[in-house]
Design a protein. Sequence first.
Length: 281
Amino acid sequence: MTDIDPLWLRSFVAVAESGAITRAAERVHRTQSAVSTHLQQLEASVGARLAERSTRRLVLTPAGERLLPHARRLLALQDEARAAAQPVAGAAVCRVGLSEYFMPHRLPELLTLLQAQAPEARLEVLWSSSAALQQLWAAGEMDLAVVTSDAPLDGARLLCRETLCWVAAGNAAPAAGPVPLVLLGPDCPVRQLALAALARAGREHQLRLSCSGSHGAIAALRAGWGVGCLNRSAVPPDLHVLGRGDGVWPAPGRLSFYALSRPGRQPAERALRAWVQAAPT
């Protein structure tokens, strides 16, 4: 048995619907001789005469009438198969980067806000260090980002500033002597501000743990490994805030958060700014 070529079927259907080789050739954009050849090849393949010439036009034989609906179905299936293999236009993706220090205890509320600002898009959120987010932003892989920095960033707008404070669990904070520190890596602006504050106060320190993420630092603080430095909105309720003007713990200063947004995402940034301004202090 010979497989049926879809080209034969298209020419056959065109002949059946137009009743003439000339008009069928125009429909399938082939020459008249090509359409005639396709019809002959199809007849040889199925072993039956499919069309006959009457006084004015080609008409289908009974075998041709029986084949016609199957031919149409096979051609439709081929078109569906081709369409199924084409790339599907999916929803737009909105990629958002958030600093680990940015109001972590209100993250569910923040995610709801961001999704509401881009309901047509699939939201992808990366909660990471500011250094990593800035690299992704520079590479064009973020649509909206909130990062911390100890200096203004090109193209960024100041979102808010938060007071930094020393935190520890229980009696893990010595009033005198070297301070056992639990901080993030060298590129973390909070670490830089904390070390600068200790240097100004002349307090020695011992770096007990340096983490790549805030979860590790907070776990170590809860285990009593030492003293950390966090912005107010990032302090878990089970850690103690140290200092409060007692002169023992020098004020680390304030942490600045900056917003970066691509064209088309400024409305989301404005909603984010309004949300921050309305946040309880």
